[in-house]
Design a binder for this molecule. Structure first.
Ligand code: HEC
Ligand code: HEC
Ligand code: HEC
Ligand code: HEC
Ligand code: HEC
Ligand code: HEC
Ligand code: HEC
Length: 409
């Protein structure tokens, strides 16, 4: 009896198996001519595969080409002679830290090094290889090194306003040990890094499971299914299997940028790299500052907080970052295109633009709305001390759009 049941059920299994095999193969043979192999460059701990953005060229050539030039894509790179902005030329390759210690910046066959030397000694105190560059170099750069799997931030950085090597902002003016780099730091500057221990205070990362720079998937989420589908269905011009920004709420669109552009935040329960496009940021972290106090919002890194306090934002129900910014393009300096964005909206408002009394001045400035209404402001956090009473800070475009008395500046 038992044997018969076993026999019957195995026949059924074989039958079902055969039928489903045939139905599957006829289904797929309609639209699959070839097997599509896609090798991920890394895998998120949540299972999402990261695909090299070179794979997108086939269908999004212009976006990829533009994207490679952006500050986002170049925000974290391997260190080499093209990516390090600091100089290794004679006369420019030293940094006097204090009366006792001088850093030398040395190029060797094996790479680029920072070597602090005490005045009374011939050999450097240590020789640290710069492995990773943080910062496209618009305002400055910081350098990281690997010590086995430990990621550390080196003491000497580069500052663009002075085009020179500097002591890292916040570091003491004495020789200090390299600082551990935690996942929070990487979260804003790169697409993915996986912490080995799972402890957010550990600086050990998987070197191989690391996606450098802010790439497509940092803003667009999973793409593998999208890629396979469109390769198999080249005539379908409607995007499939990808999250669409056009279907997100205004707050979701803002949060996709605010993740990194709303200043320093404290995480709640979630870990770094867990926020994804479409999520609500406040479920993941909250600001480290008083949101309602404009004084607490620095122009460096907090475009979201400042924009949110502007009348253009509060009196419109659609304004978000992409109203003015094309996230795929390097647009820095293209002021006429930004001015056009102000005009596009303001000429459509019932209230006419009324920069009263300043008409001649406005003409003289070539209608440069931004210069008067989004002026450059000195950052309170991104600055260096060059002598006892002299500081240099980076100038950042404020996102508090408003009326300024520029004569005071
Ligand atoms: C074989 C072709 C193909 C490849 C390869 C491809 N895509 Fe697409 N993708 C499309 C098509 C077709 C659309 C719809 C038309 C459009 O928006 O360009 C689209 C649209 C998109 C959209 C817009 C979604 C929306 O409507 O908001 C995103 C984002 C996107 N693709 C990302 C990527 C990324 C990232 C890659 C590389 C990992 C990639 N695609 C590779 C064909 C492709
Ligand atoms: C993963 C974090 C992250 C996200 C998400 C992000 N940014 Fe950024 N963004 C940065 C960092 C870091 C820089 C500075 C890069 C550098 O110069 O090294 C930057 C720089 C910029 C710049 C200055 C570009 C330049 O030429 O100097 C603009 C504009 C910008 N982001 C807009 C946006 C917008 C709009 C969004 C949302 C669509 C967005 N960002 C999302 C981290 C992010
Ligand atoms: C909350 C997100 C966030 C965190 C955390 C963060 N940064 Fe940034 N960082 C930014 C943004 C955004 C910019 C550029 C935009 C700006 O100046 O407003 C930037 C700019 C920089 C720049 C200048 C880049 C350039 O080319 O101008 C350097 C260097 C830098 N960050 C290093 C670091 C290091 C090192 C850490 C970790 C110890 C770190 N940042 C942590 C968001 C962040
Ligand atoms: C800093 C975040 C960011 C990065 C990085 C990014 N995108 Fe986008 N992308 C966006 C946003 C935001 C939109 C929606 C823009 C809008 O609605 O105005 C968008 C729209 C798109 C679209 C549809 C609209 C269009 O412009 O054709 C495609 C296709 C696309 N992205 C592909 C890519 C590809 C491919 C990459 C990598 C090479 C990439 N994106 C990198 C933020 C980003
Ligand atoms: C999406 C539409 C939109 C865009 C884009 C926009 N604005 Fe506005 N802006 C508004 C609205 C709405 C108001 C409020 C008007 C009112 O008071 O009724 C406003 C107010 C202002 C004010 C008065 C602010 C105050 O505090 O009294 C200035 C100045 C201004 N905008 C300049 C600009 C400039 C410069 C740009 C481009 C960088 C710009 N706007 C882009 C919609 C916009
Ligand atoms: C009303 C138009 C407008 C909106 C909306 C807007 N920006 Fe900007 N943004 C600008 C202009 C103009 C600049 C200056 C560009 C330049 O210097 O070439 C700028 C510059 C920046 C920079 C570089 C700042 C610097 O001086 O280095 C960052 C980062 C940035 N924007 C991020 C954002 C983010 C994130 C949002 C959304 C929260 C946003 N922007 C919304 C107009 C806008
Ligand atoms: C030379 C500096 C300057 C330039 C350039 C400039 N503005 Fe103004 N704008 C002002 C001043 C000053 C005021 C305040 C006038 C007042 O309150 O009488 C103002 C007021 C405004 C207002 C508020 C008007 C109201 O009635 O509330 C808007 C909107 C505005 N400007 C938009 C723009 C736009 C758009 C551009 C670019 C086409 C621009 N401005 C160029 C200096 C300038």
């Amino acid at each position: 009896m038992k044997k018969r049941i076993l026999y019957i059920s195995s026949v059924i299994i074989i039958l079902v198996g055969t039928i489903s095999y045939f139905s599957l193969s006829t289904k797929t043979s309609n639209n699959t001519n070839e097997y599509i192999a896609i090798t991920p460059i890394a895998t998120h701990i949540n299972g999402m595969d990261f695909i090299d953005s070179a794979t997108c060229v086939e269908c999004h050539a212009q976006i990829v080409e533009d994207h490679y030039k952006t500050a986002h894509f170049n925000s974290l790179q391997t260190a080499n002679k093209n990516t390090i902005k600091g100089s290794f030329d004679k006369n420019k390759n030293t940094l006097k830290l204090n009366n006792k210690v001088t850093f030398n910046f040395i190029k060797k066959d094996s790479g680029f090094y920072q070597e602090p030397v005490f005045n009374n000694q011939n050999t450097p105190f240590y020789s640290a290889k710069m492995d990773i560059v943080v910062g496209s170099g618009t305002k400055g750069q910081s350098y990281l090194m690997w010590n086995n799997n430990n990621l550390l931030q080196l003491q000497a950085s580069y500052f663009t306003p002075t085009d020179s090597w500097i002591n890292s902002p916040g570091a003491p003016d004495q020789l200090a040990p390299a600082r551990p780099v935690l996942e929070r730091c990487l979260e804003c500057h790169t697409t993915y890094a996986q912490n080995i221990t799972g402890d957010k205070n550990s600086n050990q990362f998987h070197k191989k499971n690391f996606v450098y720079g802010i790439d497509c998937q940092r803003c667009h989420g999973p793409v593998k299914k999208h890629l396979v589908y469109h390769k198999q269905n080249p005539t379908d011009k409607i995007a499939k299997h990808i999250i669409k920004y056009s279907s997100l709420s205004r707050q979701q669109r803002l949060d996709a940028c605010a993740l990194c552009h709303s200043g320093l935040r404290t995480e709640t329960t979630e870990r770094a790299f867990s926020f994804a496009i479409g999520d609500t940021l406040k479920k993941f972290s909250f600001p480290d500052y008083d949101e309602s106090s404009l004084k607490d919002l620095d122009v460096h890194g907090n475009q979201y907080g400042l924009l949110k306090a502007s009348k253009c934002f509060t009196n419109s129900n659609s304004l978000d970052c992409t109203t003015c910014h094309n996230p795929h393009k390097k647009e820095r300096g293209n002021i006429s295109s930004f001015n056009q964005k102000c005009m596009d909206c303001h000429t459509s408002l019932s209230k006419p633009i009324n920069c009263s009394g300043d008409n001649n001045e406005i003409k003289k400035m070539g209608n440069n709305c931004i210069q008067c209404h989004m002026p450059l402001v000195k950052s309170e956090t991104m600055k260096i001390q060059i002598s006892k009473n002299e500081e240099i800070s980076v100038d950042v475009r404020t996102h508090l759009i408003g009326i300024y008395n520029l004569k005071n500046n």
